[in-house]
Design a protein around this ligand. Structure first.
Ligand SMILES: [Zn+2]
Length: 393
């Protein structure tokens, strides 16, 4: 049995007046996904447990069947794992996001303009973070480049207990209202701005958040008996994959944006299956990024790309391979365009089993509304148990 999970990040949304009251999933062209929905179970699942912030880290860990409440310590250590950055005993990893602040007053009165520094490219990001490391780094404090704006800081002896608001949640808001209480972290952020404010890129500051110690996830091979592969552009997902014992190949042209190389991701999934993987987890960041930017058209286009350039080739391969297979499609969480940030509400899922397809029903589509009409599963773990259950060997 082959297993394929497809996660269009943040695709679930709310009914939107600009779409005639439809959600983006309802409004997007999803011919292939909806043809599959007609013969699949469509339900909804609570990926984000009560009391946990609706981050992609918690949500994707849940989709893999782990309980975010017990294994999650923050997204930065997962990204460090993805990048092969060693973390020593007692160290804490922070996301050092490259951001754009705007305004002319004191640091605290500036506004958060862009959480991605204009989707800064890897090369510029590397030169910016290298400069930060040169000025602020020490034996106990190191900065590393990541994908685009997603850089990292590894720190020793810093009080990192508090939760710091992610920059994508405070677009247009005043910096001073969201700075962490810990003076050392505040100092580093303010120094970052002093160093970068007159630079040549849109990255004029760093925002430290998402910190944690290294997590331990029991491998999926032990848990569900599957050998698998994580196909993702962003380091957060690669880190989750590595920690769960999945291989995480680099994919040419996969950027985590609307302009990612969708076809290359599908090819990577197909190669992994061909080379013997039982399980592929394919994550596409684009719908979430578009929703954070309030880009409705981009969100719709990214969903169409996923339908045509990701699902279709993988589904075609699986159908032709002769092996029985299951496909699970679900967003990790909702990112309503209206809010431009994540929510904790349940998300729709689509579960197809080639051995037990449901009788065709054209009214069953992949949408929030259809999901609510179907089965409700209380956790990612319940869904993973159902998806992997009874199919080993
Ligand atoms: Zn997400």
């Amino acid at each position: 049995m082959k297993h394929f999970i497809l996660v269009p990040d943040g695709a679930a949304d709310w009914a939107n007046p600009a779409l005639g009251g439809k959600t983006p999933l309802q409004a997007a062209e999803l011919a292939n996904i909806n043809a599959l929905a007609a013969v699949s179970e469509v339900g909804s699942v609570q990926t984000i447990p009560d009391g946990i912030d609706p981050g992609s880290d918690a949500a994707n860990i849940a989709i893999l069947g782990y309980n975010p409440k017990t294994v999650l310590t923050g997204r930065a250590p997962l990204e460090a794992a993805a990048m092969g950055i060693p973390m020593r005993e007692g160290e804490t990893a922070f996301r050092a996001s490259l951001v754009t602040l705007e305004g002319n007053g004191a640091y605290e009165d500036l506004l958060v303009k862009d959480h991605s520094a204009g989707d800064i490219n890897d090369e510029d990001a590397r030169s910016v973070i290298t400069r930060i490391d040169r000025e602020l780094g020490s034996e106990n404090l190191r900065f590393y480049p990541g994908v685009s704006y997603r850089c990292l800081m590894i720190a020793k002896r810093i009080n990192a207990e508090e939760k710091i608001t992610p920059p994508h949640d405070i677009l247009g808001r005043r910096v001073g209202d969201y700075l962490p209480a810990e003076p050392e972290i505040r100092r580093l952020m303010e120094r970052g701005y002093a160093i970068l404010k007159d630079g040549e890129t849109a990255a004029n500051a760093i925002w430290l958040w998402g910190q944690g110690k290294k997590p331990s996830l029991p491998p999926l091979s032990e848990r569900y008996g599957v050998k698998g592969c994580m196909v993702a552009a962003v380091n957060l997902l690669k880190g989750i994959g590595r920690c769960a014992g999945l291989t995480c190949p680099d994919i040419p042209g996969a950027t985590g944006t609307l302009h990612t190389n969708y076809g290359a991701k599908a090819e990577c999934a197909v190669s992994a299956f061909r080379e013997g993987a039982d399980f592929v987890f394919l994550h596409v960041e684009a719908p979430d990024e578009c929703a954070h930017s309030g880009d409705m058209d981009g969100k719709l286009r990214s969903l169409k790309h996923i339908d045509q350039e990701v699902l279709l080739p993988v589904l075609t391969y699986l159908k032709n391979s002769g092996n029985p297979f299951r496909i699970l499609i679900l967003p990790d969480h909702r990112t309503p365009l209206e809010l431009r940030t994540h929510t904790s509400e349940p998300v729709p899922f689509l579960l197809y089993d080639s051995k037990n397809p449901l009788p065709p029903d054209g009214s069953r589509v992949f949408s929030e509304v259809c999901g609510e009409r179907g089965a409700f599963l209380p956790s990612g773990e319940a869904l993973a148990d159902r998806f992997f259950g009874g199919s080993q060997g």
